[in-house]
Design a protein around this ligand. Structure first.
Ligand SMILES: *Cc1c(COP(=O)(O)O)cnc(C)c1O
Length: 465
């Protein structure tokens, strides 16, 4: 039998892949036509594909490889743990050293009194847990009807039935979600697309006050929680106006609503702070974490929970919830090693003080390009809005995403992974990206923007639609 390896011709690997592998978020017809891009290795911020191309990964995989690729310390930590104790569970009053150590470390890093961790295998599972935490908490408090969770349109909270129901991305709706009753969506604070004639500050307040209006309409005795990403990631790196989060915090406080921060992307240094809530100075009761927790080297997620919610639940008997891999020892050992490296190498501080400001200046200079309307960035997550007319923030005379996809294709061809969300281009590079690599990122982005502009002019798309 042939061994399937990196050494097989790309076309053969692609044929097997197309025949047997169902890809997430991928169109089957496109896959069958062109095959998948096959990644065979990676180091630092650079991927290698099966054709030998070197590609700068400005997305850190899926927003997760915060310490960069190729850190053998994490492989060693996994191997050591697998030899010592590859698996044991945390159900029925049992525990093990890696889960104890990681929990103590997370309590130390997390803001305020978020001192308790419930583990999951992913961000989606963490948000499923969060739905149950909120509803169980209010039921214990004698308010079983305080079970509605308010979320936002164009939010991403994962792909399970719970995460998908919380989420609000139009492309996911009507494919089996939403299915969880009692989830209510308000509008997002995306000033570029939806702000009309208002200033960003006016618009931020208006969108935050939709939360208050929804609570008043549904009844504060019915609304258990509000969930949001500090900065929407998959929705297009939507950085809210400065007025938004303080008003959300006021509303949650005044109406006695739990605040859930989905930190799956923003957590672990992405914003130049340990958590997005540190950046915004908000005080969540629960945070969803995953991705950067292990820099993607092992699947692990969880909920960081405040004293009140954790203690209320602990005192009420069994919490009948858990995953076979909750607190998996190998994943915990890898996450601990990742956090050790982040702290010892001052990776978060470097983003805040050195490479983050450097990237910000370069990123914002992209607005000089004729295709680029706004350029927004916090720490190491940024986006640019492509537009045929900056002053009116116009959309193109083409289906939304046509120009974004064209730009992404040019980026790939130029050795750069930059994702498109509609006609926004987004980046979220490994936090260890150097200044020289930032220069390369910007050069390749500019080249790709030039080529995109030429292409859409030739196709007659460089006009407002
Ligand atoms: C990726 C993501 C999730 C889902 O995490 P998975 O590990 O893919 O299940 C949830 N919330 C946010 C904000 C995310 O970006």
């Amino acid at each position: 039998m042939n061994v399937i390896s990196n050494h097989m011709p790309t076309a053969e690997l692609q044929a097997l892949d197309t025949a047997h592998h169902m890809h997430p978020f991928t169109a089957g017809a496109e896959l069958a036509k062109t095959g998948a891009r096959i990644i065979t290795g990676a180091n630092g911020v650079t991927l290698t594909d099966s054709e030998g191309h070197q590609i700068l990964d400005a997305m850190a995989g899926l927003w997760c490889v915060n310490i960069g690729y190729g850190r053998h310390e994490l492989a060693d930590a996994a191997a050591r743990q697998m030899k010592e104790l590859p698996y044991y569970n945390t159900f029925f009053q049992t525990s093990h050293v890696p889960v104890i150590a990681l929990s103590a470390k997370l309590a130390e890093l997390a803001p305020n009194d978020l001192n308790h961790v419930f583990y999951a295998g992913s961000g989606s599972e963490a948000n499923d847990t969060n739905i149950r935490l909120v509803r169980h908490y209010w039921a214990i408090k004698g308010q079983p009807n305080k079970n509605i969770i308010i979320s936002r349109k164009n939010a991403y909270h994962g792909s399970t039935l719970g995460g998908g129901s919380l989420g609000g991305m139009s492309g996911m709706q009507n494919q089996g979600v939403p299915v969880i009753p009692g989830i209510h969506h308000i509008d997002q604070p995306d000033w570029w697309s939806e702000g009309g004639d208002k200033t960003p500050e006016e618009f931020g307040l208006e969108r935050a006050r939709q939360l208050e209006a929804a609570i008043l309409e549904l009844g504060a005795d019915r609304v258990g929680a509000f969930i949001a990403e500090p900065v929407q990631g998959a929705g297009g790196v939507i950085i809210p106006p400065s007025t938004y989060w303080p008003e959300i915090q006021r509303i949650c406080d005044e109406h006695g609503i739990l605040l859930i921060a989905d930190e799956v992307i923003c957590g672990f240094g992405r914003t130049g702070h340990w958590f997005g809530t540190d950046y915004y100075g908000i005080r969540p009761h629960i945070m969803a974490i995953a991705k950067g927790l292990s820099s993607g080297y092992a699947p692990i997620g969880g909920s960081l929970v405040c004293d009140d919610v954790a203690e209320t639940i602990a005192q009420a008997g069994d919490f009948n919830h858990g995953y076979t891999y909750s607190g998996h020892p190998v994943a915990c050992a890898v996450a601990l090693e990742n956090l050790r490296i982040m702290q010892e190498e001052k990776i978060v501080e470097n983003v805040a003080q050195d490479t983050g400001p450097y990237l910000k200046a370069k990123w914002e200079s992209l607005t000089a390009h004729p295709l680029v309307g706004e350029a927004k960035i916090v720490g190491m997550m940024g986006s640019i809005a492509l537009t045929p007319h900056k002053e009116s923030r116009a959309k193109f005379a083409a289906d939304a995403g046509t120009v974004g996809l064209a730009c992404r294709t040019r980026c790939f061809a130029n050795g750069l992974v930059m994702r498109h969300v509609g006609d926004r281009m987004v980046i979220s590079p490994p936090l260890v990206i150097t200044k020289a690599e930032i220069d390369t990122l910007i050069e390749r982005a500019l080249l790709s923007l030039d080529e995109t502009l030429e292409q859409i002019k030739a196709e007659g798309l460089y006009k407002a639609g």
